[in-house]
Design a protein around this ligand. Structure first.
Ligand SMILES: Cc1cc2nc3c(=O)[nH]c(=O)nc-3n(C[C@H](O)[C@H](O)[C@H](O)COP(=O)(O)O)c2cc1C
Length: 167
């Protein structure tokens, strides 16, 4: 079984205010014993909330980030994370665009959100990953308020267990 050996795992995510970063950090913790690379993408230029809000209404819109092209072909599992931003999250969109070697790669998607429309957004994100010919094997949506206490930890641990079963 694959999960009995050390897997090469990439955790690549965007987090503006830190909630998604907490989920990524817990996944890093859960994956101890595997060979994990964790990358947080940041926009080259930060913007005010209202500016991000406007940009987020345009599907597929993107902005420059501090990461270059990312060849993921050597990883056994890729975990991609983003906050939910209305229709679309431009820094995350840019992160998706910078991926190379995605065909056939197993991917898990994690997201944090304020409180509404989470399922639709997860489905749209999974479709975006599928359009890169990746194979989604799990997803997790965590309400931001749960990241302010320990409430999100069992959810992330459960997600990690699920991924281990799938791979
Ligand atoms: C520009 C913008 C748009 C957002 N749109 C939504 C939304 O449509 N639905 C929702 O539930 N939360 C929305 N949120 C809230 C974020 O999804 C939530 O706070 C998330 O946990 C933030 O993650 P972060 O701390 O990693 O940046 C939005 C936040 C921002 C900044």
């Amino acid at each position: 079984m694959l999960n009995q050996r050390a897997l090469k795992i990439l955790i690549a995510y965007f987090s503006w205010r830190g909630a998604t970063a907490k989920v990524a950090a817990r996944l890093l913790n859960d994956a101890a014993g595997h060979k994990v690379t964790i990358l947080r993408a940041s926009p080259k230029k930060d913007r005010e909330y209202w500016q991000w809000l406007i940009l987020s209404f345009f599907p597929g819109s993107y902005v420059d980030i501090d990461l270059g092209l990312l060849d993921v072909s050597k990883y056994d599992l890729i975990l991609m994370g983003s906050p939910k931003w209305t229709v679309s999250c431009p820094p995350f969109n840019r992160l998706l665009k910078s991926l190379r070697g995605t065909a056939g790669k197993r991917v898990g998607y994690f997201m944090t959100y304020g409180g509404f429309d989470a399922e639709r957004y997860v489905r749209a994100s999974l479709r975006a990953l599928e359009s890169l010919k990746m194979e989604p094997i799990g997803s997790l949506a965590v309400k931001r308020v749960l990241t302010e206490g320990p409430g999100y930890l069992p959810m992330v641990d459960g997600f990690w267990k699920h991924l281990q079963d799938e791979i």
